[in-house]
Design a protein around this ligand. Structure first.
Ligand SMILES: [Zn+2]
Length: 174
């Protein structure tokens, strides 16, 4: 196994759109370049940086879920090296503001202090609770996890439904 003592992660990531797909699911998920750029700014690139996160918004039709806006982090969030929770009042306010602008609340994003992020048990539990407790216009929520690598492998896109959790396959999109 190679041991890299020194490794650097590029701070600026070319902003490309990404598309997520999952076997047997007809809808795909498009993450607009602005989303990728936004969340990548919050990567935990040094050993002291804490998790950041917020909410995802966009549009849904029968073919596609399009994520067009990310918000957060907010003042009053719970932020640690390995945990993040949005200030619930700030999150709710963002949801209401975006609803007026015609954007649906689609889910949550947060960073991880690992190169290629994996959803933790507590991430899954938090998403299930959120899905169960909220009055939503959608029947599943997205969870985007932003690792240190920033590029394709550095992003984890999950959807959490009442009965299943999907880990979406991401590719670059036009
Ligand atoms: Zn997490």
């Amino acid at each position: 196994m190679a041991l890299n003592l020194f490794r650097s992660f590029s701070r600026s990531i070319p902003s490309v759109a990404l598309r997520g797909s999952f076997p047997l699911v007809t809808q795909t998920i498009r993450l607009e370049p602005a989303i990728i750029e936004y969340v990548n700014k919050h990567r935990q690139l040094n050993r002291f940086s804490t998790e950041a996160g917020g909410q995802l918004f966009g549009l849904v039709n029968t073919d596609e879920v399009r994520v067009v806006l990310a918000t957060g982090p907010y003042r009053g969030d719970e932020r640690g090296r390995f945990n993040y929770r949005s200030n619930s009042m700030a999150a709710q306010q963002a949801i209401e503001i975006q609803a007026k602008a015609g954007l649906l609340y689609l889910g949550e994003w947060h960073t991880h202090a690992e190169d290629k992020p994996n959803a933790s048990e507590s991430d899954m539990d938090a998403m299930k609770k959120l899905l169960a407790s909220s009055k939503l216009n959608v029947n599943a929520l997205l969870m985007l996890i932003v690792g240190r690598m920033g590029e394709l492998d550095g992003l984890g896109l999950y959807s959490v439904g009442n009965f299943e959790i999907n880990h979406w396959i991401l590719v670059e999109d036009d």
